[in-house]
Design a binder for this molecule. Structure first.
Ligand code: SAM
Length: 230
């Protein structure tokens, strides 16, 4: 993944970290070809023109895939402990989320969110699964603020383990949507009341067992993909 515009013959300079990845992890050498994407111009086959410790130059030769439309699905998730949040970020990218939004709820235990670390997981997972864009990472915000500024026309399906919602597979709307997963301790009564009062929000379930929050996020995205097909 590179931030630069991609066009035939327009050289792209890699920074030190990306060069290290190219040379030491991928073990690529000058003259070899790699695939590039930037989230806008599709996928390009590029030739490594120069490779030194401090940087590398890649020259795009031809487009191999056009930019694909992104499914318009957001994942709102209460931050969890470090590795569990990493897992959610990685799987959100693999399972096609367009935006990942850390949302603080009253029972969220994680104190702060390491956005840089999350973004690194999103980039790495996007590269690995060969999607042509990296999910947007929204600024963390408290649940009441997020609900107060909710965009018109987007349905919010909140994952509720209490059994009050319809099965997620039967609730997938045709247009823009978002899934909301609670924290380790679940939503509290006040949050449930707040969510229930919003016309755009609907409770959905994932079966009779209480899943770990990261399992719920991954399972919900897998159900989404199997029903919506994108
Ligand atoms: N204590 C465990 C943990 O540490 O992860 C379980 C937490 S569960 C209460 C966390 C969130 O996962 C819930 O707020 C809900 O959003 C979602 N969830 C878990 N099981 C679910 C189910 N069967 N149906 C719908 N959502 C579920």
């Amino acid at each position: 993944f590179v931030p630069h515009a991609l066009a035939e013959g327009a050289a792209v300079a890699l920074d030190r970290d990306q060069t290290h990845y190219l040379a030491s992890v991928m073990r690529a050498a000058a003259g070899e070809a790699v695939l590039l994407f930037n989230g806008r111009d599709g996928e390009w086959l590029a030739r490594i023109a120069g490779l030194a410790k401090a940087g590398a130059a890649l020259v795009p030769e031809r487009q191999t895939r056009p930019q694909a439309p992104v499914p318009d699905l957001w994942l709102l998730a209460a931050p969890l402990k470090k590795e569990r949040t990493d897992l959610v970020a990685e799987k959100a990218a693999e399972l096609g989320v367009s935006r990942l939004w850390p949302v603080f709820t009253r029972r969220t235990n994680a104190g702060r969110v390491n956005l840089e670390r999350m973004r690194a997981h999103l980039v790495e997972a996007s590269e690995q699964c060969e999607r042509l864009c990296v999910p947007e990472l929204a600024d963390p915000a408290p649940l009441d603020k997020v609900l107060g500024q909710w965009p018109e026309g987007r349905v919010l399906l909140y994952l509720d383990e209490s059994g009050g919602g319809v099965p997620l597979a039967q609730a997938i709307p045709p247009g823009p949507a978002a899934l909301l997963v609670g924290p380790e301790g679940g939503f509290d009564d006040e949050e449930r009341r707040l969510l229930a009062s919003k016309p755009f929000a609907r409770p959905v379930g994932l079966g009779p067992r209480i899943l770990r929050a990261e399992t719920a996020a991954i399972a919900a995205l897998a159900v989404w993909q199997s029903v919506a097909g994108d």
